[in-house]
Design a protein around this ligand. Structure first.
Ligand SMILES: [Fe+2]
Ligand SMILES: [Fe+2]
Length: 183
């Protein structure tokens, strides 16, 4: 991670750690996925790396019981809340660092669109792709097996069916990684 983003990481870390059990591993994977996608030459790095770091910080303010809700209604409520709170925390963190309001708002818009949206904007699309691509990496995949009490084959099939991508680069890395997880 570039030096300029380390400060954001430091301020986000307590929130990430206070979220779901898998969140620290997950967010590290999303940042890594984001860097890989940006390296291919698309997206605005100065908005997307902060968005990746902060996108799930809101889980820390979702009540524990709701975090692990099994019913559909509970799950949707939890997802909506984590978006709302992640936007709030992102605003707090980025203001503290002294980001200009215009840039903060752009980052927040990207965070807000990472669930329940089908955006046209390329940065918003890349955020969704990085979030989904992270699931295919070794460390994140192993962590999810444990978190969801699942097995390798079922998890691969679930991911292949449900993780959808906008960009070719993310889809192609995902396919290669999932093949490796099956071995
Ligand atoms: Fe999220
Ligand atoms: Fe996420």
């Amino acid at each position: 991670m570039k030096k300029q983003y380390k400060k954001i990481w430091q301020l986000a870390l307590p929130h990430i750690k206070a979220g779901r059990e898998k969140d620290l591993t997950h967010v590290k994977g999303v940042v890594k996925a984001m860097e890989m996608i940006i390296k291919s030459g698309i997206g605005e790095e100065d908005l997307l790396v902060p968005a990746a770091i902060l996108h799930d910080t809101g889980w820390s303010r979702v009540p524990k019981k709701l975090q692990t809700a099994n019913d559909k209604k509970g799950r949707i409520k939890a997802l909506k809340l984590h978006i709302k709170y992640s936007a709030e925390i992102a605003s707090e963190v980025l203001s503290r660092i002294g980001y200009e309001i215009k840039r903060i708002n752009k980052i927040i818009e990207i965070i807000r669109a990472h669930k329940f949206h089908n955006p046209r904007n390329i940065n918003k699309r890349i955020m969704i792709d990085a979030d989904a691509l992270s699931d295919s990496f070794k460390e994140q995949f192993e962590c999810d097996l444990n978190y969801y009490k699942s097995d390798r084959l079922s998890m691969c099939n679930f991911r292949k069916k449900n993780n959808k991508f906008y960009t070719k680069v993310a889809k192609s890395i995902f396919n290669k990684e999932i093949e490796k997880r099956l071995k």
